[in-house]
Design a protein around this ligand. Structure first.
Ligand SMILES: Cc1cc2nc3c(=O)[nH]c(=O)nc-3n(C[C@H](O)[C@H](O)[C@H](O)COP(=O)(O)O)c2cc1C
Length: 146
């Protein structure tokens, strides 16, 4: 059975809810999934034998892109994780009224690509409240790619 990890950072609970829906979608395809708040994750765990690691992070800030507070330490030390050649995926919640809609998702994707990780699907940028059908479907399609 393929094994995956979902790591999320969420201030008001939207990305947490999205992460739970992603878990549902992956599980529906028989993937073994662990769900962790970024505050509970050590950088070394990211390369702990997972076939896929999903990163979920909301976007904050006004004039520039700011990652969700809890996610910043992980983002800043991400290069220490051995993710070269590893399959990853990125999602997050935001608000399209802001200049950088889900800018954190783009920033994380860009960093992962620079590190040589394989971003296996299109990132999921969630505008407003997470939609269960949209997210479970996105995750179920992702499951086909690992
Ligand atoms: C002060 C503030 C700044 C925000 N900045 C952005 C932004 O730059 N881009 C964006 O897409 N969303 C932005 N948002 C919207 C949040 O990302 C959105 O409410 C999201 O659902 C929060 O997710 P979370 O509960 O998982 O943290 C901002 C919200 C607030 C209150």
């Amino acid at each position: 059975m393929s094994k995956s990890l979902i790591v999320y950072g969420s201030t008001t609970g939207n990305t947490e809810t999205a992460a739970e829906y992603a878990l549902e979608g992956l599980k529906s395809k028989g993937i073994d999934v662990e769900l962790k708040n970024v505050t509970e994750v050590e950088i070394s765990e990211l390369s702990n034998g997972y076939d896929l690691v999903l990163f979920g992070c909301s976007t904050w800030g006004e004039d520039e892109i700011e990652l969700q507070d809890d996610f910043i330490p992980l983002y800043e030390s991400l290069e220490e994780a051995d993710l070269k050649g590893k399959k990853v995926s990125v999602f997050g919640c935001g608000d399209s009224d802001y200049t950088y809609f889900c800018g954190a998702v783009d920033a994380i994707e860009e960093k992962l690509e620079k590190m040589g990780a394989i971003v296996v699907n299109d990132t999921l940028k969630i505008d407003g409240d997470p939609d269960r059908t949209e997210i479970t479907q996105w995750a179920a399609e992702l499951a086909e790619k690992i």
